[in-house]
Design a protein around this ligand. Structure first.
Ligand code: SF4
Ligand code: F3S
Length: 107
C-alpha cells in the first residue's frame, strides 16, 4: 500500500504535504509532486495537509485517476527529493479543482 498524489496537485503544488512526511518520500517535478510507493509507510499524515485534497490512499484513488499510481511510481524514480515547503506557483489558486489537468503535467 502507498499514498498517491493525484490530478488536483498539478499546477497547484502547495507542498504542505512534504512538511509532515516522516520518511521524506515526496519528489518534485516542475508543476507536480509524487510519492515514492516503495518508501511511503502509509502513515496518512500527508492526506489532510493538502489544501486541494490531491492525496489519496492507494485503495481510495478514484477510478478516473488510476493512471496516477503508475505516474507516482515512475516519476519518483527520476525527480529530486523535496523535504521543505516552498511557495506555490503564483496562479496556484486559479487551478484549484479544475478538471482534466493531466494534459498540463510537465516532466
Ligand atoms: Fe509520507 Fe505518510 Fe504521506 Fe506516505 S502517507 S507520503 S509516509 S506522509
Ligand atoms: Fe500537491 Fe497538495 Fe502536496 S497540491 S504539493 S499534494 S500539498
Amino acid at each position: 500500500m502507498t499514498f498517491v498524489v493525484g490530478e488536483d496537485c498539478i499546477k497547484c503544488k502547495h507542498t504542505d504535504c512534504v512538511e509532515v512526511c516522516p520518511v521524506d518520500c515526496f519528489y518534485e517535478g516542475p508543476n507536480f509532486l509524487v510519492i515514492h510507493p516503495d518508501e511511503c509507510i502509509d502513515c496518512a499524515l500527508c492526506e489532510p495537509e493538502c489544501p486541494v485534497n490531491a492525496i489519496f490512499s492507494e485503495d481510495e484513488l478514484p477510478d478516473d485517476q488510476q493512471v496516477f499510481l503508475e505516474l507516482n511510481a515512475e516519476l519518483s524514480e527520476v525527480w529530486p527529493n523535496i523535504t521543505e515547503m516552498k511557495a506555490p506557483p503564483a496562479d496556484s489558486e486559479e487551478w484549484a479543482g479544475k478538471p482534466d489537468k493531466l494534459q498540463y503535467l510537465e516532466r
